[in-house]
Design a binder for this molecule. Sequence first.
Ligand SMILES: Cc1cc2nc3c(=O)[nH]c(=O)nc-3n(C[C@H](O)[C@H](O)[C@H](O)COP(=O)(O)OP(=O)(O)OC[C@H]3O[C@@H](n4cnc5c(N)ncnc54)[C@H](O)[C@@H]3O)c2cc1C
Length: 375
Amino acid sequence: MGQRFDCVVIGVGGMGSSTVYNLAKRGQKVLGLEKFDIPHAEGSSHGVNRIIRLAYYEHPSYVPLLRRAYELWAEIETLAGEQLLFKTGSIDTAPAGHEVFEGSLESCLLHDIPHEVLDHDEINNRFPGYQMPAGHMGLLQADGGFVLSERSIVAYVNAALEIGAEIHARESVLSWEPEGSGVRVLTNRAEYFANRLVITAGAWAAGLVPELRELAVPERQVLAWLQPSEPALFTPQTFPVFNAYFEEGRYYGFPVFGIPGFKIGRYHHLEEIIDPDQQRAEVNSADEEILRVAAARYFPKANGTLMTMKTCMFTNTPDDHFIIDVLPDYPQVSIGTGFSGHGFKFASVIGEILGDLAMDGETKHHINLLTLDRF
Ligand SMILES: Cc1cc2nc3c(=O)[nH]c(=O)nc-3n(C[C@H](O)[C@H](O)[C@H](O)COP(=O)(O)OP(=O)(O)OC[C@H]3O[C@@H](n4cnc5c(N)ncnc54)[C@H](O)[C@@H]3O)c2cc1C
C-alpha cells in the first residue's frame, strides 16, 4: 500500500517548487516529485535569470497577477535571506504602432503604472549599450528587471522542506489515475495516494494529460551570452533588460549577471517543435547566427566573444496565454502549464493560485484568460 498525502505535485521546477511551498504553508501534507535533479538544466527554468516586467503588452489582465507576484517574490527573498529579484528597469521597444510598444503603454495607462516613453535617440543616449534604429519607441518601466530562476527554485524548495514538505528528486511519475475522489500516482520508485494532484510538468505536461497535446506544445529555444567590448555599458546599473521587436524578430536580453556575458535570446528561436525527451542540448552555428544578427545591429558593443550557449524549452499554447485550471473531468486534479515563454516572472503567484485551486477548487485571482474553456 503506497504512502498517502494530502497533495502530490508532479514537477518541481519553476511553478512546482512554488506550489509545493504554498501547499505546505497551508498545512497540507505535500509530496513534490521531480524526475531530474533540483534544480536542473533539462526543462524551462535554467540559465541564471528571467525577465520580470510590469508593463505587459501580452495582455493588461496579467498586471494584477504581476503585482501580487512582486509581493510574493519579496516574501520568498526574506525567507531565503537572499536577493532573487533585481530591478534594472525594463525597456519594451518596437517601431511606433507595434503591439510590443503600444501594448506595454496601454497596460501602464490602464493600471496606472509609472513609466517613461522614450524615442530611439533618447534610449541610445541614456543607455549607450542600446543602438535602437530610427522610428523605434521605447517604454521604460523602473520596476522591470530579472528574477534568478534556479536560485528561486532552490529558495522555494528549501522553504517548503523547512515547513514539512516532502520532495523527491530523480523520481519520475509514470502515470496517474483517479481513485475515488483522490488519485493514485505511480512512479519509477513507488506508488502514492493523494486527495489532490497538481501537475506542473512544464514541457512534459501533455505526457501526463493527453488532452494538452495540441494545447501545450514544447519548442526548442537557445540563449547566448556574449562578452561586451565595453562591459561598463552592460551592468545591471547601466543596462535595463529589454523586450524588443525588430525586423529580424522579437528578442530579449539582460545585462551581464552571474556568469560572463550579455545574455540574448529570440522568442520562438528557429521555430522548432520538439519532443521534450529528445531535446538537443548541443547548439550549432545557425543558433549563434540568429542571435548575433540582433546583437551586431542593435547592441554592437555587446557582440563579442561567445561565453556560453544553452538550449531550453518553451511550452506554447495556441494563444500564448498560460493554462491554469482544474481538469473538467477530475476536480481533484489541477494543472499549470503552457507558459509560452513568459511564465517564470509569475512563478511566485502561480504557486499561490495552484494552491487555491488544489484546496478550494477556485481562486480569488482573476484567471479567466487562462482557463481551459477558452479553447
Ligand atoms: C530560453 C527561455 C527564456 C525565457 N525567458 C523568460 C523570461 O525572460 N521571463 C519569463 O517570465 N519567462 C521566461 N521564460 C519562460 C519561463 O522560464 C517558463 O515559463 C517557466 O520556467 C516554466 O516553468 P515550469 O515549472 O512550467 O517548467 P519547468 O521549470 O521545466 O518545470 C517542470 C518540471 O516538471 C518536471 N517533470 C516533468 N515531467 C515529470 C514527471 N513525469 N515526473 C516528475 N517530474 C516531471 C521536469 O523535470 C521539470 O523540472 C523563458 C523560457 C525559456 C526556455
